[in-house]
Design a protein. Sequence first.
Length: 295
Amino acid sequence: MESSIVLRAVAIVFIVSTHIGLFHWEGTAHVLLAVAGYNFARFQLQGERAKRLRRQLTSLARIVVPSVAFIAVAYILTDNYSIANIFLLNALVGPQEVTPEWHFWFVEVLTYLLVCMTALLAVPAVSRLERRFPLAFPLGLTAAGLLGRFEIVDLGVPNTGPALWLFALGWAVARARTAAHRWLVTAVALLCIPGFFDDQPREMTLLAGILVLVWLRTLPVPRGLQRLTVLLASASLYVYLTHWLVFPPLVAIHPAVAVAASLVAGVAYWALVMRLLGLKRRWASSPPFARRTLA
C-alpha cells in the first residue's frame, strides 16, 4: 500500500494509544504534519491556479467545518475548552502552559498552514514561481520554517513546535523526482530533526517517518488489514478530534477498550461527515491511492 496511507493509519493509532496510556510512543503527530505537506503537494497543486484555489478552499472547509462543529459540542459538554478552541485560535491566544485547551493543537496548526499556503499560492506571481521551481519552492519554505525551528526568529506560537518546515519538507518530498533530490531532502531531515524535541526516541520516530516517505513509496500490508488501514488513514483527523471525549469514561475499564472505542467513534464521525457532504459513495469507489484526506 502507499506509504503515506500506512503512515497516517499507524500514526493515529499511536497518538490515541499514547494519550490514553495503552503504550507510550511520541513523534507521530509531527510525522502527520509532513504527510499533510506531502499530500498538499500531490493533490492540491494540480491544474490551473483558479481550479487549484477552489480545490484548496474546499479541502480546507472539509477540515475546518467538522472540527469547529465537534469542538463546539465538546465546549458545551465539558469545562475543558474555551471559545478560542471553537474558532481554532487557542494556539494564538490561549494559555502558554499546556492545558486541555491545547488538545486540538494539531488541527489548529494544520489549519494555519493550509490557510497561509492557500493565500500565498493565490498570488499569481507566487503561483508561477512554484510551477517554475517545483522542488526549490518548498525547500525555500523549509528554510524559512527552519528560522523558527532553530529559534533564529520567534514565531510567537508556543508549545506547538515550529511546524512550517515539516509541512514544507513533506511538500518537497512529493516534488523529489530523482535520487539526487531524495538525498537532498534526506540530508535536510538528518541535519534538522536531531535536537528538535530534546527527546531522542521521539526524534527517531519523526526521522523514520520522513525517511519512509522519501524512500518507500509503498509498504507491505497484509491483505486482511488493507481496508482497515485505508479507513483509519481516511478518518485519522476525525479520530484525533473525537478521542478526547470518548476515552475518559472508558479508560478505567481498560486502555485497550478506550483505544478501540476512540477509533470506532472517529471512523463513525468521519462516515457521518462524508455522508452529509455527499462524498461517501465517491470515496468507496475510488482506489486507495486517490483517497486524499490530508491528515
